[in-house]
Design a protein around this ligand. Sequence first.
Ligand code: ZN
Length: 439
Amino acid sequence: MTIESKLSYLTGFPSAHQKTERKEGLKKENQKRVLASEKNQLLSPGLLWPSNVPVLGLKYILFSEKRDQVLRITASNEEQLALVRSLQEQEHLNTLLDEEKKEMILSRHKERSSQTFNYASYHTLEEIYTWMDTFVASSSGLVNKLQIGTTSENRPIFVLRVGINWELGYLHVDQPSNFQTFSAGGINRPAIWINFGIHAREWISPATSLWFANKLINEYGKDTSVTSLLNTMDVYLEIVTNPDGFSFTHTNNRMWRKTRSRHAGTSCVGVDPNRNFDANFGGPGASGNPCSSTYYGPYVNSEKEVKAIVDFVKNHGNFKVFIDVHSYSQLLMFPYGYTATKPKDYDELMEISKKSVTSLASIHGTKYRYGPILTTIYQSSGSSIDWAYDQGIKYAFCFELRDTGRYGFILPANQIIPTAEETYMGLMEILNHARQNPY
Ligand code: ZN
């Protein structure tokens, strides 16, 4: 079996190493040329050999320099070939990550010189939090920012409330008493909950939420359905639901999914927040292994990010819609994930889903599948929308945005606006239905 010679920089996730490596690029190019002349070998200058990858009896040679290594592998059986392939995938990922980083830097420069926020780019948590304040300030009272909790690493968790007719006037996040007044039942308009980015690496989700929030504001007073919606219901947008995890994807590991909490009895960090809700907690489709990416956590609502949502939604008491936005797979789902039993509103939820994905596809032709979580993607216990539905929130949905795997979590920034445009159409079908069918 022949394996093509493969050359790459495999540096793991973006790190301080990269700068040094670019400087040393020329030196490495020469090195690669020498090594490339040898057949049937994978050559990976700069590879940081992951300690958890079995070497599988591969013939390999490590050339150690000061901070990086050159690895040369000769694969001679199927198992080794599989390893070589996974290394190539890693290389593909690194190329995407490099492009993503470059795009963000470029966009940041443009934003600084033009003083305008670029919705077509990905942003850090700090940039998004800054945007929130600017956005609220420019919304003519149509948007408020509320702090609903604090993360395990002490970051504030914010929700934007979009809607007209504030009985309480302007609420300031730095005054918890306002939140208490509010949650004591002062305002009780029927409301819509949409959270984004509960899984840290799903960047397209928060990016879509920023555009969505802006779109609602721009369409208010112009588009009749948006105007009616905001006149009668409050829309709560949790822009970054997992701030610690999101921040970690920018600084350490782009593929991080969970929270960043630490719990007794394990050195592994984080819990899957979308397995931590009180919906058949700890059941099938969630892991009890603290090191797993679908770890359900030590107990129900152990995650402060989850507890914040649960408390807020319960205290409010009048949510009619609960939507959790993820990526990727292009799916629109509703309960249940933990059981094959159909929800009692199955027919209506199917009908709304069909309308939603049809409307979504009308913009860019993006095709979605839809149905209950369990039959559409996989069984999962402890998920947010199953919990919401069992709380009596009938219109409970979960989106998996673009794409279907070509880029996966590293969806290029030039797809942010198209994704947001079509998702807006899909969301509005659900929200309009909820407005027109009060219960
Ligand atoms: Zn997700």
